[in-house]
Design a protein around this ligand. Structure first.
Ligand code: ADP
Length: 289
């Protein structure tokens, strides 16, 4: 509960910094009951303060799902805002895909990661009360626990980020370049389908291991070109694949790619819902004889 976490600053040391992001620094810490946690300490001015903040955080701490990084608590001390999350031992999906974490994700594991994170998002869209649009779905916001189960992090936070925060697109539109739904960008009409677009980009990352914008190339556009130029041998498609999975027998690769391309359709109306994405990935995994 909130009260138990009043002594937040006692539960971590500055030397246990594990990363820093759009909101400030993240530390590994331990609560008095022994639970290992990740403590996010907001940089001064990076988050909106006040009552709205508290209300929002209280709401988020009641959202629980196997594929969402749980908010264990929060505290406000000496004008500092700290958010306490369950600790995810295997870091971000991006770290694994870039080979930095030393974990090799084979194709089947990637499908499971896609399925888990899709379930987390479908839960936010359809079962959380009130429904939550993530607004910043990306591979650095998908974390892996000790069993490599994928959990979506930072849901509900985009709303609270001040415009000046680094890494975020300013003014009304919030999100990260490369993942941003073009329709939302044009109309500033936020719907669940913006998350679907960003998730489609993450699916392309699972295939290619590339970041959405790499060496000045936009991976979504490259994927569209590869689909259009696809020949009998699927040469263009194989070229797209992360070399470290290219030689495996890839369960449902083609269908997974098609699903990703539906998620990144220009028009939001043409994209599936997150629960349709969940069903499609479940089918792929079931068909693995
Ligand atoms: P961003 O704003 O880029 O999403 P965050 O502030 O959410 O970054 O996180 C920064 C880094 O801290 C992440 O890249 C990750 O390595 C680490 N991290 C964040 N949350 C957790 C967690 N719950 N468990 C373990 N590591 C975490």
């Amino acid at each position: 509960s909130y009260d138990e976490l009043k002594k937040c600053t006692n539960s971590f040391s500055e030397s246990n910094e594990i990363g820093s992001g759009g909101y400030g620094k993240v530390y590994r810490g331990m609560l008095s009951d022994g639970q290992v946690v990740a403590i996010k300490r907001a940089q001064q001015g990076s988050m909106q303060g006040g009552l709205e903040f508290k209300t929002e955080i209280e709401l988020l701490s009641r959202v629980h799902h196997k594929n969402l990084v749980g908010l264990v608590g929060f505290c406000f001390e000496q004008g500092e805002q700290m958010l306490v999350y369950e600790f995810m031992a295997n870091g971000t999906l991006r770290e694994s895909l870039s080979g930095r974490s030393g974990i090799h994700l084979d194709w089947k594991r990637r499908l499971r990661i896609a399925l888990g994170s899709a379930r987390g998002l479908a839960y936010l869209h359809e079962l959380a009360n009130p429904p939550i649009i993530h607004r910043d779905v990306k591979s650095t916001n998908i974390l892996l626990d000790e069993n490599l189960t994928a959990k979506v992090a930072d849901f509900g936070l985009s709303k609270l980020v001040s415009d000046s925060s680094k890494g975020h697109v300013s003014t009304q539109v919030k999100g990260t370049l490369g993942y941003l739904d073009p329709e939302y960008y044009m109309t500033q009409q936020l719907t669940e389908k913006s998350d679907v677009y960003s998730f489609g980009v993450v699916m392309l990352e699972l295939i290619t291991a590339k970041q959405p914008i790499e060496k000045g190339k936009y991976v979504v556009r490259e994927a569209r070109m590869a689909m259009d130029n696809n020949d009998e041998e699927h040469y263009g498609l194989r070229e797209m694949m992360d070399p470290s999975i290219r030689n495996n027998a890839l369960i449902g690769f083609r269908k997974f790619l098609e699903l990703a391309m539906q998620c990144v359709e220009e028009s939001a109306a043409d994209r599936p819902t997150m629960s349709e994405v969940v069903k499609a990935i479940e089918t792929l995994l079931q068909n693995d004889g």
